[in-house]
Design a protein around this ligand. Structure first.
Ligand code: SF4
Length: 328
């Protein structure tokens, strides 16, 4: 396929009209090497964003409600007990701390608040405590309450939904083919099953991945096509921030050019998803490159830091979004 600015425009028009791009077409887009064509790609991606989302930015904040202590072996993660890292170690936080953090995030402009816990699955006791917190936050704030609690059964999805949970995060992380290189203690299908339970149970889906773990461009496109089956409301794009002590601590950095193209191609594949720049954006992209991403397919941010790493000050991020033309 010979890619031209005209062809990028044709694909963009098709997506805006409600059509879809094929796998081979997405691959041709991500293979662009010419910087001018890449600029056209980003411009077209932004037009798609505006067509489906106008200038509304998706913002959310999260709290790491239980840190480290996880028995899984995800090679990028500093919270696995298999790796000696400097990540904070604590059991599930007290409800007052989680509720206080949510209220603070709301005051700072967050629309959604995500309670994240490390580990494959919560114990029954931990799950009940989170369930009660979700209920209380629904009564005391206007936030969309989200959670990321590892793997879920249909029964747990039902209970979270009843408690008022809006959305649940479970990232696919990468392609099915590349996943076993990064994780050996659970399968890709375990993650897929949680997404299926969420869709069946009527809970919104947040699912994305991590760029820069050694995957190929094909892997990046394949992940987006896996995600497409679930039409995630939110697609967080993390970029590996190599954590000392993890197997990926010395992974080479991914070029910003590749990151920007990938985000633009994700917009073509998943036009209706909120594509959020997430963990690692500050260390892998300059301020200008983050702005470029937000004008090239992404339309949201995780605010105020991540699970084990700090982020930009919230006001700085909000100013960046306003400067670009987003409503926050
Ligand atoms: S990503 Fe989640 S499941 Fe994997 S090691 Fe980290 S905390 Fe555990």
């Amino acid at each position: 396929m010979v890619l031209t600015a005209h062809l990028i425009g044709t694909l963009k028009d098709r997506v805006i009209a409600g059509g879809a791009i094929e796998y081979e077409e997405a691959l041709a887009l991500i293979e662009i090497e010419d910087v001018h064509l890449a600029d056209e790609l980003l411009k077209a991606a932004h037009e798609i964003t505006l067509a489906f989302h106008a200038n509304r930015a998706g913002l959310c904040s999260l709290i790491n409600a239980k840190s480290y202590l996880c028995g899984e072996d995800c090679g990028f993660c500093s919270q696995s007990v298999r790796y000696e890292t400097s990540a904070a170690r604590y059991e599930l936080l007290e409800p007052e701390i989680i509720i206080g953090a949510a209220k603070k995030a709301e005051q700072q402009g967050a629309q959604n608040f995500c309670i994240v816990t490390s580990g494959g699955s919560l114990s029954d006791d931990e799950f009940e405590r989170i369930e009660a917190i979700v209920k209380q936050l629904g009564e005391e704030t206007d936030l969309g309450i989200d959670a990321s609690l590892g793997f879920l059964t249909p029964e747990r999805v039902r209970r979270l939904k009843e408690a008022g949970l809006r959305r649940f995060n479970s990232n696919l992380q990468t392609s099915r083919e590349f996943y076993p290189t990064i994780v050996s203690t659970h399968s890709y299908d375990t993650r897929i099953e949680t997404l299926e339970h969420l869709r069946d149970g009527g809970v919104e889906v947040c699912s994305g991945g991590i760029l820069g773990m050694g995957e190929t461009r094909e892997d990046r496109v394949k992940m987006a096509f896996e995600l497409k089956r679930f039409a995630p409301e939110c697609l967080p794009v993390n970029i590996l921030n190599p954590r000392p002590g993890t197997p990926l601590e010395h992974a080479p950095k991914l070029e910003p050019f590749e990151i920007l193209k990938t985000i633009a191609v994700y917009r073509f594949i998943l036009p209706r998803s909120n594509i959020k720049l997430a963990g690692g954006r500050e260390v892998n992209l300059t301020k200008e490159e983050q702005e470029k991403a937000l004008k090239g397919g992404a339309n949201g941010l995780i605010l105020g830091g991540y699970l084990t790493t700090a982020g930009n000050p919230v006001t700085q991020d909000l100013n960046m979004l306003r400067r670009i033309g987003y409503e926050v």
